[in-house]
Design a binder for this molecule. Structure first.
Ligand SMILES: [Zn+2]
Length: 247
């Protein structure tokens, strides 16, 4: 039950971002906590949007998420959480210890942007540049990681405020380089953010009983969520083929 409550906090963040009322709840035992979470998420919506637009206007490619990581760490420290920076280069990990005994649940958001040019005419549109495969490129949060980061920060805020009645521990993973390292070197030692975080031992202490990764998805109606255990979504990988021709 605790797991579902904590997961719901993450999901309510999704609902808040999409401007939906977070009321898709039917479990009476958790109703009170859910009500509280829903109210808090609603109240946090303007801050969440502001944070998301700030991150959107300042996108950073994989392994260069310094500004984003600093913003994340500053907000997490303000909540009084234990915060570790420089994980897998630019990742951030924070731990929230609830006052009641319970499981350890990890919630994960990714922070990196893509080598894509933003064409939208919005006040918070990206004008950022970065280096990708040794070329200067336009950079944009074209995969929603700005939303994920802002949602997880808001979730951390909601759950921190519930610390006194929170059963268990919540770990927040802010992962770099989900789309891969921007300084990809052919035949080099290229490590994607999640793998590097795991190699650095973030899942050893505290060891999570469950991890919830979050991704916005345009194909799902606003106010709905979808989930599945195990791997999900696409992954872009690199493939090199050398063709030797003969005339
Ligand atoms: Zn993505």
């Amino acid at each position: 039950m605790q797991l579902s409550a904590i997961a719901q906090a993450c999901l309510i963040g999704v609902l808040a971002l999409s401007g939906q009322a977070a009321n898709a709840v039917d479990d009476s035992a958790m109703e009170q906590a859910r009500q509280h979470i829903a109210e808090q998420a609603k109240a946090l919506e303007p801050t969440l949007l502001e944070t998301r637009r700030d991150i959107h206007a300042h996108p950073e490619l994989g392994n260069t998420e310094q500004r984003t990581a600093q913003l994340v760490a500053t907000q997490l420290r303000a909540l009084g959480l234990e915060v570790k920076t420089g994980v897998a280069r630019t990742g951030v990990v924070a731990v929230l210890k609830g006052a009641l005994p319970g499981p350890t649940v990890a919630l994960r958001a990714d922070m990196d942007a893509l080598p894509v040019k933003e064409v939208a005419d919005l006040p918070f549109a990206s004008k950022a540049k970065g280096r990708y495969l040794d070329k200067e490129v336009d950079v944009m949060h074209a995969c929603g990681h700005d939303a994920h980061t802002a949602i997880l920060l808001s979730t951390a805020k909601v759950l921190s405020d519930m610390r006194e009645r929170l059963p268990g521990t919540v770990v927040f993973y802010f992962q770099p380089a989900e789309e891969g390292p921007s300084d990809f070197i052919p035949d080099g030692k290229n490590i994607w953010g999640a793998k590097m975080m795991v190699q650095e031992g973030v899942m050893k202490s505290p060891k999570p009983d469950a991890v919830f990764g979050l991704h916005v998805w345009a194909g799902i109606p606003a106010g709905r969520i979808a989930y599945r255990p195990g791997p999900t979504l696409a992954s872009s990988d690199d493939l090199r083929i050398r063709i030797l021709g003969k005339q």
